[in-house]
Design a protein. Structure first.
Length: 241
């Protein structure tokens, strides 16, 4: 069984080609700009059987053929890694491409086994500086970068996503630090810049929670272009989404 928040059976944004996307419930990070804060708590979810999910995904195969596949997002999917192993094993038997959209906040034997059946990783990097990372997520970033080292060592296909937030993650010195350290990693196929937006702010209000970044505006075109130019110095493919 998986604790599921929502499902998109024909998703063409953010993930490679056409995807069946399963959004799972629960996340250890508490990102202050999260646009889906309703996925963070453990108590809002519906349980779904693995076999039922597999059948739903198989029905969408004619739409994506060999180019698309299934992406597990969240929340944070690795919280339910043990049950995802069974799902991914069955998807691989059907020759369905598997992808994890993760911030990599934890590591255990279940996660390591899950990677054996994972074709691709979408890794969210919030900040390379640990103090700033804690301001953004309330968690340290050690596991994130240890995991990136693991992906490089095991040659696991990876896309990096970086949310560009004015005052929080747009500092030139830290962007330079990121590409100087990881820009040569062969596992990283591309880096995507996600300009900060406030589309999810209303959800925080609906949950009766304070939105900490109500005073922060979206980055200007000049700021996004500057970040893109910095990243392009070493990452071979950089895209602004």
């Amino acid at each position: 069984m998986l604790k599921v928040h929502s499902i998109e059976s024909f998703w063409t944004q953010e993930w490679p080609w056409i995807r069946f996307v399963l959004f799972l419930q629960w996340c250890f990070f508490k990102c202050i700009y999260c646009h889906n804060p309703d996925t963070i708590p453990i108590n809002w979810w519906k349980e779904m059987e693995i076999d039922k999910i597999v059948e739903m995904i198989k029905q969408t195969v004619p739409y994506f053929w060999t180019r698309g596949g299934c992406t597990i997002s969240g929340g944070e999917p690795l919280v339910q890694a043990k049950n995802l192993i069974d799902l991914f094993k069955k998807l691989k038997k059907e020759n369905i491409h598997t992808c994890l959209d993760t911030n990599w906040c934890l590591w255990n034997k279940d996660v390591e086994e899950l990677l054996e059946y994972t074709d691709m990783i979408l890794l969210d990097i919030k900040h390379i500086d640990n103090d700033w990372h804690k301001k953004i997520t309330w968690q340290e970033n050690k596991n994130v970068f240890n995991f990136l080292d693991y992906l490089e060592k095991n040659n696991k296909r990876t896309w990096i996503r970086y949310v560009l937030v004015p005052w929080y993650s747009d500092q030139e010195e830290y962007i330079n630090m990121l590409w100087e350290k990881y820009g040569k990693y062969k596992c990283i196929e591309r880096l995507e810049i996600l300009p900060y937006h406030t589309f999810g702010e209303h959800k925080w209000k609906e949950l009766w929670r304070k939105y900490e970044l109500h005073w922060v505006a979206a980055p200007t075109e000049e700021a996004v272009q500057k970040a893109e130019n910095l990243f392009k110095k070493h990452f071979k493919e950089v895209y602004v989404r």
